[in-house]
Design a protein around this ligand. Structure first.
Ligand code: DC
Length: 215
């Protein structure tokens, strides 16, 4: 266990594609290092869900920006936002530069508030927190990710989940603004063959090494 009480905020950035395990890993690491955690995917999901609930267009950037500007990070309801289908809608509003600008400002403020934070998403190490103390890029094969998602939501067929993952990967990696990619100084963690405990121990060892070098 490392002391995270020094005054400069400690920021751990975790990026990766959908269902790579980065969210579970981020939660475990936040608990272990006693840091607040922000799943930034929830912020894009919240914008998309607010539009869906009001039957509003997912293609109206000015409207989506307004929702993003007014978003309250304290009011993110993980259970509602993680519903299957909201992720696809989220990846559509996530291509909009003005939505990203508004959400990134809130995410940065969260990260920079002492004692710091663990943030997970697509662009944390590259855009939101380029100076993060530690950057992890968590990935796994599309088939392994689809299997995990399918086990969490057995009502959706494996083939449909795999197709959804391929579509979201293409959109997240192919967009012009802040595409998903590893930061140059990110540590790559391929969890295809790992269970969560193994992934956690691997991440912990990277983080402890970086923290030892930080002081
Ligand atoms: O991680 P997730 O499935 O909850 O993310 C939902 C969508 O939000 C994802 O397809 C892309 C977008 N997203 C993003 O563009 N940047 C982030 N930092 C986090 C999520």
């Amino acid at each position: 266990m490392t002391d995270t009480t020094e005054s400069r905020p400690l920021v751990i950035a975790i990026d990766g594609p959908a269902a790579s395990g980065k969210g579970t890993l981020a939660r475990l690491l936040a608990g272990y290092y006693a840091l607040p955690h922000l799943d930034t995917g929830l912020t894009y999901r919240a914008v998309a869900l607010a539009l869906l609930m009001e039957d509003l267009s997912l293609d109206d950037e000015a409207l989506a920006e307004q929702v993003a500007v007014n978003l309250d990070l304290e009011a993110l309801d993980r259970n509602r936002l993680n519903a299957y289908g909201v992720g696809e809608a989220a990846s559509r509003v996530a291509v909009m530069p003005s939505v990203r600008r508004a959400l990134v400002a809130k995410q940065r403020e969260f990260a920079q508030t002492p004692p710091g934070a663990v943030l997970d998403g697509r662009d944390i190490g590259t855009v939101v927190c380029p100076d993060a103390d530690v950057k992890l890029y968590v990935t796994a094969s599309p088939e392994a990710r689809a299997l995990r998602r399918h086990q969490d939501a057995p009502e959706v067929s494996y083939d449909d989940v795999l197709a959804d993952i391929a579509r979201r990967d293409a959109r997240d990696m192919g967009r012009t603004d802040s595409p998903l990619k590893p930061a140059e100084d990110a540590h790559l963690l391929d969890t295809t063959e790992m269970d969560i405990e193994t992934a956690f121990q691997a991440a912990r060892s990277v983080i402890d090494d970086r923290l030892a070098a930080r002081t």
